[in-house]
Design a protein around this ligand. Structure first.
Ligand code: SF4
Length: 352
């Protein structure tokens, strides 16, 4: 099968038509596209660590880390490098191939940059791919991070341009696009997606996916988050999004950005295993693994590995040089062991 050509000229009409396909037709199409670019039984596994928590000056209405809302979140200063490296080692042993570090900043300050650069260098030296999310970046900051060895930068557009001001007022959509541009120009890979279930309509979902798919380069990773309704944020009482609508979004993202990793991200702890399996079927091929996803709970890592086992899914391995192969094999074995060690797993439970 030849791989679908990557397109950057999606029209609103085409994207809407995809959304409106009968569910089975949409899933079949997404899965067919997925198989042209990826092994359908491999899922990339990332681990996310909050390296600086809370007191963020931005006012993102969904975020418990914003200093504008009282969510009872315990604030933490920038973590010491040794702690970050210890967490990265543990993540590697548990099977993660990428280690993401997130700080609740508007943008990194001059004073914090040297620590951050050192963190990148040390985590990278463990043989992990590195990713950071630190807020807005100036051109020179992006270059410094790239030079330190940062592989990915996460910066989400969150929603459509039209709906953006309903969610955030302390920065503009254009600010976000400028940072994405700086990241690209510095030679890093882009991780960029959005959050569903924030009161947006279908056109906003289409608008976000069009914005991402029509960038000059598709983001290599596209996290698709389901809103986690955190008490104390303006979104705590938001209505639930229909799970089938969420799966449709995954499928449309897969079709519009066929070679990108589509990540099942925040909100996964509220999805039962059947829904997660349908998301994989629709083309999701990346998850966060670990006990915490920044500040919201993430399904237990062991439960993830059990689900992988039941679905015949393997964690994707990163490209490596020959000398790393043995170590990588040991990780895969450890992950498989994790997946079988619970003898009394209750397969009937609703969600992890
Ligand atoms: S999403 Fe990021 S920028 Fe927005 S309030 Fe939360 S930590 Fe700050």
């Amino acid at each position: 099968m030849t791989a679908t050509e990557l397109r950057h000229d999606w029209t609103l009409q085409e994207a809407r038509e995809l959304f409106e396909l009968p569910f089975n037709d949409l899933l079949f199409r997404a899965q067919s596209v997925h198989r042209q670019h990826f092994d359908p039984n491999e899922v990339q596994v990332s681990t996310l660590l909050s390296i600086k928590t809370g007191a963020c000056p931005e006012d993102c209405k969904y975020c418990p880390q914003s200093g504008h809302y009282n969510t009872g979140l315990e604030k933490e200063k920038l973590l010491e490098i040794e702690k970050v490296v210890a967490e990265a080692k543990a993540a590697k042993q548990k099977g993660a191939s990428r280690f993401c570090m997130g700080a609740a900043w508007r943008s990194p300050s001059k004073k914090d940059m040297p620590y951050v650069l050192d963190m990148v260098k040390q985590v990278k030296s463990l043989g992990l791919e590195t990713c950071m999310t630190l807020g807005m970046l100036k051109e020179e900051q992006a270059v410094e991070l790239a030079d330190a060895g940062l592989d990915y930068y996460n910066h989400n557009l969150d929603t459509s341009e039209k709906y953006y001001s309903h969610i955030i007022t302390t920065r503009t959509y254009q600010d976000r696009l400028d940072t994405l541009d700086n990241v690209r120009k510095a030679g890093m890979k882009v991780c960029c997606g959005g959050i569903m279930g924030m009161g947006e309509d279908e056109d906003d979902r289409v608008g976000l996916l069009m914005q991402l798919a029509n960038l000059p380069h598709h983001p290599e990773s596209v996290p698709v988050n389901m809103l986690v309704k955190v008490k104390g944020t303006p979104m705590e009482d938001m209505e639930d999004l229909d799970p089938f609508e969420f799966i449709r979004i995954i499928a449309v993202a897969r079709i519009m950005m066929p070679a990108s990793h589509v990540r099942l991200s925040a909100g996964r702890e509220n999805m039962n295993e059947q829904m997660q399996a349908l998301c994989f079927m629709a083309g999701a091929n990346s998850i966060f693994y670990g006990e915490k996803l920044l500040t919201t709970a993430n399904p237990e890592a062991d439960a993830d590995m059990l689900l992988f086992k039941r679905l015949g899914i393997r964690p994707e391995q990163r490209e490596q040089c020959a000398s790393e192969e043995q170590e990588e094999e040991a990780i895969v074995e450890a992950v498989e062991y994790e997946g079988t060690r619970h003898m009394f797993y209750d397969a009937t439970r609703e969600s992890a």
